[in-house]
Ligand binder design. Structure first.
Ligand code: ADE
Length: 231
């Protein structure tokens, strides 16, 4: 790839990578901070999108249009949806969808965007494979390839997380991935989402999120670093 775009929503999620990048140059577009630089000899643009689907979508389109990103990696934390996942475990996106899209009143299944062929966006096979290899190399815990569920909601309730698992068979839930994936799909740019679990999206989620976000962010970073090295 010519330029790899790397997105994290929050400062914690980009912190280590920002510290490791060389030849950093900062610029802002639409109120979002972008850092051009070099990471393991590769040309990268790192950005902190801000939280939520709209921020992440705008950020991704700018990465493509203004910075010429031809591959996008998302790094960060998520709430586990699959009951087999624990805090610290990694999810590599096979695909992602927006769980909060709800046009069921008009007969569309939940998560389906009306009058559009695709509402669930597949991650790039090569990037998934590299992420799996990276997981074997740098992560001792569970590293699962699975579906990422995105919505403009912090899920912190057992009943909701159970419904998300039953309705979508999701691996984890967060607030940006599927919007990044949709923009990548619309622009025919390969992507993959890497998330480490900061919580289980249940009644303890707010406390766990506060306690484990830095650690989980750094675990996700470690995978992304290996991917960039292998590109
Ligand atoms: N990011 C990390 N944990 C999350 C949760 N429980 N819901 C939504 N986004 C998250």
């Amino acid at each position: 790839f010519g330029t790899i775009g790397i997105i994290g929503a929050m400062q914690e999620e980009i912190e280590l990578l920002l510290a490791q990048m060389e030849n950093k140059q900062k610029e802002a577009h639409a109120g979002i901070a972008y850092y051009r630089g070099v990471f393991h000899g590769k040309k990268v643009v790192l950005t902190r999108s801000g939280v939520g689907k709209v921020n992440a979508a705008v950020c991704t389109q700018i990465l493509i249009d203004k910075f010429g990103a031809d591959a996008i990696l998302f790094t960060g934390v998520a709430g586990a949806v699959d009951p087999g996942l624990n805090i610290g475990d990694i999810v590599i996106s096979s695909s992602s969808l927006q769980h909060d899209v709800d046009v069921t009143a008009l007969g569309f299944p939940r998560g389906t965007i009306p009058y559009q062929d695709v509402s669930e966006y597949k991650a790039d096979e090569r990037l998934i494979a590299l992420a799996v290899e990276a997981g074997k190399a740098v992560h001792s815990g569970c590293c699962k390839v699975g579906k990422v569920l995105s919505g403009d909601q912090f899920i912190a309730d057992r009943a909701t997380v159970k419904t998300l698992y039953e309705q979508f068979a999701g691996a984890c839930t967060e607030m940006e991935g599927a919007s990044v994936a949709q923009v990548c799909f619309m622009n025919d740019i390969p992507h993959v989402i890497i998330r480490s679990m900061s919580d289980k999206a249940d009644g303890s989620a707010h406390a766990n999120f506060a306690e484990f976000t830095v650690e989980a962010s750094n675990r996700s970073y470690a995978i992304v670093e290996e991917i960039v090295k292998s590109l």
